[in-house]
Ligand binder design. Structure first.
Ligand code: SF4
Length: 189
């Protein structure tokens, strides 16, 4: 995927604001969307259109419903057993301003933050140079699962990802070396 094309798609989206998110739904307690017990937000809207996507109902940016960041934070605070929060899709990084507001609350509670994205780490490295909220959001991210779902590389044995091209990336270590540092084997907290 060419970076220029992705930037154009990204700029064309109008959902992004600081105090609410367009979402498809939430799962209050999950053990399959990252390590530990996690609160999961499935956002609405995705430009990637991966063949074989398991969540096609999340593609339409006009569908789903709006939910305030305050309401999501309240729901997170209701469960003291949570160890992390996962932003899933749709494409969360098309709403980077809203997810940044939520990420700040997540990190203030010392919870682990995992983000699923259809963009690759390398494409995001270019995008974040001209998008301050995206840059800050990625700085707060602990684990990034990157890349589009590729049906021909589908593998049901993989942990926390659907196809072999997707990578589980330690974002803190990656920031230090300015390159994707992959988490091999079991992903734990
Ligand atoms: S990035 Fe995810 S939600 Fe979007 S089309 Fe691909 S698999 Fe589906």
């Amino acid at each position: 995927m060419k970076v220029t094309m992705v930037m154009k798609e990204f700029k064309g989206l109008t959902l992004d604001n600081n105090d609410e998110l367009r979402i498809a739904g939430i799962v209050r307690e999950s053990i399959v969307d990252g390590p530990g017990i996690r609160f999961v937000i499935f956002c609405q809207g995705c430009p990637h259109n991966c063949r074989g996507c398991h969540n096609p109902e999340t593609h339409d940016f006009k569908s789903g419903y709006s939910c305030s960041i305050d309401k999501l934070v309240k729901a997170i605070d209701e469960n003291p057993m949570l160890q992390g929060v996962t932003f899933s899709g749709g494409e969360p990084l098309c709403q980077s301003a809203g997810f940044l507001s939520l990420a700040k609350e997540v990190k203030a509670r010392k919870l682990n933050l995992l983000i699923y994205t259809g963009y690759t780490f390398e494409v995001l490295s270019e995008m974040r140079k001209s998008n301050a909220s995206l840059d800050e959001l990625l700085n707060l991210t602990d684990i990034l699962v990157d890349g589009p779902f590729e049906e021909e590389q589908k593998d049901l044995t993989l942990q926390y990802r659907g196809s072999r091209n997707q990578r589980v990336i330690d974002m803190k270590l990656s920031d230090e070396v300015n390159a994707p540092v992959l988490i091999d084997g079991d992903v734990s907290l």
